[in-house]
Design a protein around this ligand. Structure first.
Ligand SMILES: [Zn+2]
Ligand SMILES: [Zn+2]
Ligand SMILES: [Zn+2]
Length: 157
């Protein structure tokens, strides 16, 4: 067993919250929230979101279905019915991912308290085609999906 999961979600959320200081013409610094996955930077009046709430994190690659040499591999059957492994991709038609499922590349993700979280560094490059599980999603489609997530975030005022 992995032990209790209570008690860590708040500090985890705090660690994933990245604040960037922007300087405006007036010279007044302002703190803005940015998402580590899609890099959405909330403009004034928009709430923004953290990496934990990013729509692109909802359909991650299933840890039960990666190769057993993968650092995030979990043995046994995955019991989640909403997991990406049970989905069919609308782009390529294959089972096991959706059109926006991100692959668990260890250069972008790490384990924290048994949970997959994005590596908290702005040096991790923005999401491109290779980050998606679907072999048919290229850099252009990746850019489009990131833009769609930003549009969605902007509409949530
Ligand atoms: Zn995001
Ligand atoms: Zn699964
Ligand atoms: Zn696909």
């Amino acid at each position: 067993m992995r032990g209790s999961t209570t008690g860590w979600s708040y500090p985890l959320r705090r660690r994933l919250l990245v604040w960037i200081v922007l300087f405006f013409h007036s010279g007044t610094p302002r703190l803005v929230m940015t998402c580590l996955i899609c890099r959405f930077v909330a403009p004034p009046g928009v709430q923004g979101h953290t990496a934990l709430r990013c729509p692109l994190r909802r359909q991650l690659q299933c840890r039960y279905h990666v190769s057993n040499e993968h650092p995030f591999y979990l043995p046994g059957p995955c019991l989640s019915e909403t997991c990406s492994h049970a989905k069919q991709c609308a782009v390529c038609g294959l089972l096991g991912h959706t059109s926006h499922s991100l692959a668990l590349r260890p250069t972008r993700w790490r384990l924290s308290h048994g949970r997959v979280v994005p590596i908290a560094s702005l040096e991790v490059p923005i999401i491109t085609g290779i980050d998606f599980m679907c072999p048919l999603v290229g850099d252009r489609q990746a850019r489009r999906m990131v833009a769609a997530v930003h549009d969605l975030a902007l509409s949530e005022r």
